[in-house]
Design a protein around this ligand. Structure first.
Ligand code: SF4
Length: 334
């Protein structure tokens, strides 16, 4: 399928404007993401309607802890990514294109929406696993149909999205989980090949558009785990998107090109405790943590949602989004 979001240039080259890389691609070559290919001066979206993964997951697994807790969502993955994080936890699908992959399944939006509708307890579709924003032609078509059928759209993204594409996503996506890979430009550029400033701008845009936004910070040993840098991020979140913005602090394991030790449990606990001094809702991921799995009222500390693995119990009295003990309004979409 011919891609959207590109301009033709002299000598058969094209400029893709989907993400801030704005790759200039010669005929016969692909962009940084590997899935947008210049075929004789026409940009082709090679992963169009092709999926590497298709599962019903708990919404908590995205992770989204304050968006329809306890419900399920049809979760779609494809291939490719516009970042090349050295520690990518999904590199087997993100760091490849469509070539020679006979495991990809072609699915029409109508089929996906039908699946999402008939599953009991399902709220809609999540675009996730690899970087979904680079498959914009498939995502927009599916998300539009999803919305028309009264279902929700969720995007789990690195946030490295161009201006026009972000505007178009904001019309259709209800909830975002956005990764912040570090709070330093030099780390972003060295280890991911991208720029932090664009990610921060898109977080603010999503929040200002009234979208449900949760953030994830994967703590990578000896790379982005300095307390000072982390506290700067936490303060930025509180100042720019509000202290009720949900932050997931996630444990790193050696993957892909990086063999630094897994994040220590003590370090994760320390960062979570520090973050909780400023933010209302802080969770730990990729590690067992009773204390940092549950949702507590930020005012009176009553437990409102209890999580054991992906089993979720919601305090019945809290379903209206008000703490039953102290009447604080709780940031939960349901
Ligand atoms: S979406 Fe892909 S081809 Fe387009 S600018 Fe980004 S990395 Fe380059």
């Amino acid at each position: 399928m011919e891609a959207k979001y590109y301009q033709s240039l002299p000598d058969g080259k094209v400029r893709c404007t989907l993400c801030p890389h704005e790759c200039i691609i010669k005929p016969g070559k692909s962009g940084i993401c590997r899935i947008r290919h210049n075929s004789n001066g026409v940009l082709i979206a090679e992963s169009y309607q092709l999926y590497s993964a298709l599962h019903f997951d708990p919404v908590e697994k995205k992770p989204l802890y304050h968006f329809y807790p306890g419900k399920e969502i049809l979760s779609l993955g494809s291939v490719g990514c516009n970042l090349h994080c050295n520690w990518c936890q999904n590199y087997d699908i993100s760091q490849k294109g469509v070539e020679n992959d006979d495991k990809l399944t072609h699915m029409l939006p109508e089929t996906l929406v039908k699946m999402a509708r008939i599953q009991k307890n399902s709220i809609g579709i999540a675009y996730t696993y690899n970087e979904p924003s680079i498959s914009i032609e498939s995502v927009i078509e599916t998300a539009r149909l999803c919305k028309e059928n009264g279902l929700k759209n969720v995007m789990v993204t690195n946030g490295y999205i161009g201006e026009q594409a972000m505007t178009d996503y904001l019309e259709l996506i209800d909830a975002f989980n956005i990764d912040v890979k570090a709070f330093r430009e030099d780390i972003y550029q060295k280890y991911t090949g991208s720029k932090l400033e664009h990610v921060l701008k898109n977080i603010i845009l999503a929040k200002k558009a009234g979208k449900h936004v949760e953030l994830t910070y994967l703590v990578v040993t000896d790379i982005n785990d300095k307390l000072e840098q982390f506290i700067e991020l936490v303060n930025w979140i509180a100042n720019e998107t509000g202290k009720d913005t949900v932050l997931h602090i996630s444990r790193y394991f050696p993957r892909y090109k990086l063999d630094n030790a897994p994040t220590s449990a003590i370090k994760l606990q320390l960062l979570a405790e520090k973050a909780l001094e400023t933010l209302d809702f802080v969770y730990l991921g990729n590690i067992y943590s009773g204390e940092f799995s549950n949702t507590r009222c930020p005012t009176c500390k009553s437990t409102l949602v209890t999580r054991k693995g992906y089993s979720v119990t919601i305090n019945d009295d809290c379903k209206s989004g008000i703490c039953p003990e102290c009447k604080t309004k709780i940031f939960i979409d349901d």
